[in-house]
Design a protein around this ligand. Structure first.
Ligand code: ASP
Length: 327
């Protein structure tokens, strides 16, 4: 399989970005820096970069960055155009965390184009940290967000095709992920270190395709899909949310960095923790992947299986780093 079919995007568009996972990819980068889960999110990084380059805050950078796939109808695992749940409803999950430990999240939210903005509003304008379902929608509408139909024709057709078999099999995640990579997208988790040395992160998704209505994955859960500790570093996750939640994945990665591991080794140790806890048989059909960034600007990623990628943007480079993996 060549790089073109691997990433499912045109070679000319991507080849200059490919880093190949050289040792130098994991050396400290000058501030500012932004990293995201998955190759196509070079576009999201570019948006975040505009904020960082202008001396803006990491929080504003990740907020602006993750809005790119949220609004992209071709991205069928985030926001508008996301694949629906098994009842045909597109429900989105999102969270955001800043350098002060401020957090906000929404889960099972329908009809809102930018769930990350609602999550930020939960963080900034309420005494709470998470709103779900109808309550989250009510809050969004009361605060000026407009109702948008997130189900595109393309995703509706995919759901109708799925309905013929209606095979609800969350374990088929590897297949889902290979399919998603071919289609060039997945959940976005984004981490940034700004020029002032502050860290923030955001994570946003439409979650697992054809999930049960009401299912919430790791992505909006602080500690699972995202964690930021401004003293140490930040981490975010993608893959089978149930398995990321099981190990409080992103929090685990940050704590492993606190104990002295590099971002890459911390991500690897979290993946190993899942295997140790569950045994190889139970993780035989799943994929999880982490990316992490520490206070020094060192970054890294690691996944359970092949095919995970991290998108990176610094002053010197814009590239896609294929993740090292265990199985
Ligand atoms: N982590 C997301 C979820 O479980 C999906 C993904 O990243 O593929 O909802």
């Amino acid at each position: 399989m060549n790089r073109r079919s691997f990433f499912g995007v045109s070679a000319p568009a991507l080849l200059p970005l490919l880093g190949g996972g050289k040792a130098s990819d994991f050396l400290p980068a000058d501030k500012p820096i932004v990293i995201s889960t998955w190759a196509p999110n070079v576009k999201a990084n570019a948006e975040a970069w505009k904020v960082l380059q202008a001396g803006g805050a990491a929080l504003d950078a990740v907020h602006a960055g993750v809005q790119v796939p949220e609004a992209d109808p071709d991205d069928q695992s985030v926001g508008y155009g996301g694949l629906p749940d098994r009842d045909g409803k597109v429900t989105v999950d999102s969270c955001i965390m800043d350098e002060h430990g401020n957090i906000g999240a929404v889960a099972g939210l329908e009809y809102i184009l930018h769930p990350v903005s609602v999550a930020r509003m939960v963080m900034e304008k309420t005494p709470h940290v998470m709103l779900v379902g109808y309550g989250a929608l009510q809050f969004a509408l009361q605060n000026g967000f407009k109702k948008t139909n997130l189900l595109t024709d393309k995703s509706k057709k995919a759901w109708q095709a799925w309905l013929k078999e209606s095979k609800y099999d969350p374990q088929a995640t590897i297949k889902n992920i290979e399919q998603r990579i071919k289609e060039n997208h997945d959940t976005i988790g984004m981490l940034a270190l700004d020029a002032n040395g502050n860290l923030s992160g955001a994570c946003t998704t439409s979650g697992m395709a054809y999930k049960m209505h009401g299912r919430v994955g790791d992505s909006p859960i602080i500690g699972a899909g995202l964690y930021v500790d401004n003293e140490v570093g930040a981490a975010t996750a993608t893959g089978l949310g149930e398995d990321v939640i099981r190990i409080c994945g992103s929090h685990a990665v940050v704590e492993l960095m606190r104990s002295g591991l590099t971002p890459r080794d911390a991500c690897k140790a979290a993946v190993e923790r899942l295997i140790k806890m569950r045994g190889r048989d139970r993780v035989a059909q799943t994929q999880i992947g982490f990316i992490a960034l520490n206070k020094k600007g060192e970054y890294g990623c690691f996944s359970l299986r092949d095919n995970f990628t991290m998108a990176l943007r610094t002053k010197e480079k814009e590239e896609v780093i294929p993740s090292p993996f265990l199985m």
